[in-house]
Design a protein around this ligand. Structure first.
Ligand SMILES: Nc1nc2c(ncn2[C@@H]2O[C@H](COP(=O)(O)OP(=O)(O)OP(=O)(O)O)[C@@H](O)[C@H]2O)c(=O)[nH]1
Length: 613
């Protein structure tokens, strides 16, 4: 009993007393421990006492100074009063070593006692645990973002808000599969909502589909609702997104492939007609709805001509309703995408309603792609051929893209995700054809169609498009178009006589002619002169003569007066802006031309001099 108290319980009891003696004996040491907490002081004084008498001559049992716990306490004494030993410190290492040894001993014992049955049980248990973990992970990954019920509900709530606040709803459809993107339930909701709301279909991403297919779809959809063909701007800049006013049926394929927005003019006209015919006194709200990733935000940005909404190639970028102030008459409302069906469906995946990177089974949708698409085109795109099955195809794609799993095996999943990413971004071309015969959906009636056609004055819009096109073709006046975008201006500019001169200058053998002056240019630099680098086939390359007449670039007021009253102010402002820009360019070009001419004249002067010499 006495011994025991001396070993374990004794230190705290006697600590203070011995500590005091030790402190007295150590002198300055007492000052160092004087600030320590009571417990720490007791432990330290016990250590001092053991140090001063390790052999136990004072009636105590001898102490092994190499004991790790003891060493630790000693180290504590040398360090700060309350600080634990550092991770890499000697004391800590020792403790870890002991723990490891004990663990190894336990494992050995376990192995010794293990039988085949227990071993099997253990394996099964581990397998079960692993499978459960996998299941949970799959569930989490299968339906990212939009399949989360709460998120879906929240998005739907936002969509309802947009419908409630809007006067006109633009339903954005992906031109590759317009019927697949159409949500009849939503259309019904809109038509039944209070406030006599109007519905317009916007056929977006027309650049990903051949022109004749777009035309077919336009014909088909116009049987039901007003439809506007559109190509949103895919530029990444924040401001001054390009907009082209050439109507879809008049635009060349290459123009459609540019990053500029297309069809904005027509859409604005449709909305303007609604304001005019509906005698809107203040402003209208236009809700933009549709499936995820069809380009709703891109459409708003294109109309606004700046990056007002976030855009991304993954679904679910827009999460809340967002109001964008287009002008004093029109406010646009961006809505989150709504997913009508379950996300696990291949159709939903192929419409990019689900994030590709989080798909649990990306291989099945690829199988569908291979069944639906032109295999030759796919083979060309990936540079592989002769595949028989989806697995072969994915192995070849994985090989090409270097998609490997651990251990160097080609990963079908990674390859499939890469193919799906290409699919949703439109790199693999795909489109559907409209049904051969048209049947009116149940929620639409002849009266609704008539009302919609009248309120948006669709025929007028189509006529207006043709007029615009005529002006464009004849190059009558840039200013007729009102809000002309930089791209269009550039295209017109490239067709303008001034550019023809510049090209003449670029082409050494080309003769250029301004009024009565004719000259040769020998030192052109297209880029230095600020011309677009775009390769546009706009003027003769070889020996040619270009007539240049003065161009009247004043805004045609009468034409502006003829435009929609809602857009007259804007048209006038932008016509003046365009005029200023053109003037600037013309001045720049004129000065360059005069420099070149001066150099030509100088040259000829020198030659004359030398000849006379
Ligand atoms: N080629 C092409 N791509 C487009 C067009 N419009 C949009 N995109 C692209 O489609 C992707 C989705 O565009 P978003 O505007 O974010 O689509 P969203 O409908 O707002 O998507 P959520 O916010 O998920 O509902 C982006 O990568 C755009 O660049 C288009 O007319 N042509």
């Amino acid at each position: 009993m006495a011994d025991a108290s001396r070993q374990s319980e004794a230190p705290p009891l006697r600590g203070t007393q011995v500590g005091r003696t030790s402190a007295a004996r150590l002198g300055s040491g007492s000052r160092r421990v004087s600030g320590a907490s009571a417990a720490c002081r007791r432990t330290l004084s016990w250590c001092y006492s053991l140090l001063s008498d390790p052999a136990g001559s004072g009636g105590r049992k001898p102490v092994d100074l190499n004991l790790p716990a003891f060493k630790l306490v000693i180290m504590m004494k040398h360090r700060h009063k309350n600080k634990k030993p550092g991770k890499g410190s000697k004391g800590c290492k020792k403790v870890e070593e002991i723990r490891e040894k004990q663990q190894a001993a336990r494992e050995q014992e376990k192995h010794r006692r293990r039988t085949i049955e227990t071993y099997c049980q253990d394996v099964l248990q581990r397998q079960e645990k692993f499978e459960h973990k996998e299941e949970v992970l799959q569930e989490l990954n299968m339906f990212p973002q939009l399949d989360d019920e709460a998120t879906r509900k929240a998005y739907y709530k936002e969509f309802r808000k947009v419908v409630e606040y809007s006067d006109v709803i633009l339903e954005v459809l992906d031109a590759r599969d317009p019927l697949g993107c159409r949500c009849f339930q939503m259309e019904e909701d809109v038509l039944q909502a209070e406030g006599n709301k109007k519905l317009v279909l916007v056929l977006n991403k027309i650049d990903l589909v051949p022109k004749e297919i777009v035309e077919k779809w336009l014909d088909y959809l116009r049987n039901e609702l007003p439809t506007v063909a559109f190509k949103a701007s895919t530029q990444h800049q924040v401001k001054n997104l390009n907009r082209c006013t050439v109507p879809v049926d008049q635009a060349s394929e290459s123009l459609l492939k540019s990053k500029a927005c297309f069809g904005a003019e027509n859409l604005m006209r449709v909305l303007g007609n609604y304001c005019r015919l509906g005698e809107v006194r203040t402003h209208i709200r236009v809700g933009v709805v549709g499936l995820p990733n069809v380009g709703k935000s891109s459409l708003i940005n294109s109309l606004k001509r700046s990056r007002a909404c976030s855009v991304g190639a993954v679904p679910g970028v827009t999460k809340f309703m967002q109001e964008v102030y287009l002008d004093k008459f029109i406010r646009l409302l961006d809505a989150p995408g709504i997913v009508p069906g379950p996300n696990s469906e291949v159709g939903t995946i192929l419409r990019n309603c689900v994030q590709v990177q989080n798909l649990a089974d990306p291989v099945t949708p690829v199988e569908t792609i291979l069944q639906r698409c032109n295999l030759e085109e796919i083979s060309n795109y990936y540079g592989i051929s002769g595949f028989q099955t989806t697995e072969h195809f994915l192995t070849a794609v994985a090989h090409r893209l270097g998609k490997k799993k651990k251990g160097g095996v080609y990963s079908h999943e990674q390859a499939a995700k890469a193919v799906l990413a290409d699919w949703v971004s439109g790199k693999i071309s795909f489109y559907t054809l409209p049904p051969a015969t048209h049947t009116l959906p149940a929620h639409l009636s002849a009266e609704i169609i008539k009302e919609m056609t009248e309120v948006f004055d669709i025929e007028d819009t189509e006529q207006a498009n043709e007029d615009t096109m005529e002006c464009l073709a004849t190059g009558e006046s840039d200013e007729l178009l009102g809000d002309m975008d930089p791209l269009e201006m550039e295209i017109k500019w490239l067709h303008s006589p001034m550019v023809k001169i510049a090209d003449a200058m670029e082409n050494k053998t080309t003769v250029y002619k301004i009024g009565d002056l004719t000259g040769y240019c020998t030192n052109p630099n297209r880029h230095q002169m600020g011309w677009a680098k775009r390769n546009v086939d706009h003027c003769p390359r070889n020996n040619s003569v270009v007539d240049v007449c003065p161009v009247d670039r004043r805004p045609v007021l009468q034409k502006i007066m003829e435009t929609d009253p809602l857009q007259q102010g804007q048209a006038l402002a932008s016509a003046l802006k365009n005029k200023k820009k053109m003037q600037k360019r013309t001045d720049k070009l004129a000065s360059k031309l005069s420099d070149s001419m001066m150099s030509v004249l100088d040259l000829s002067g020198n030659t004359d001099d030398s000849a006379s010499d």
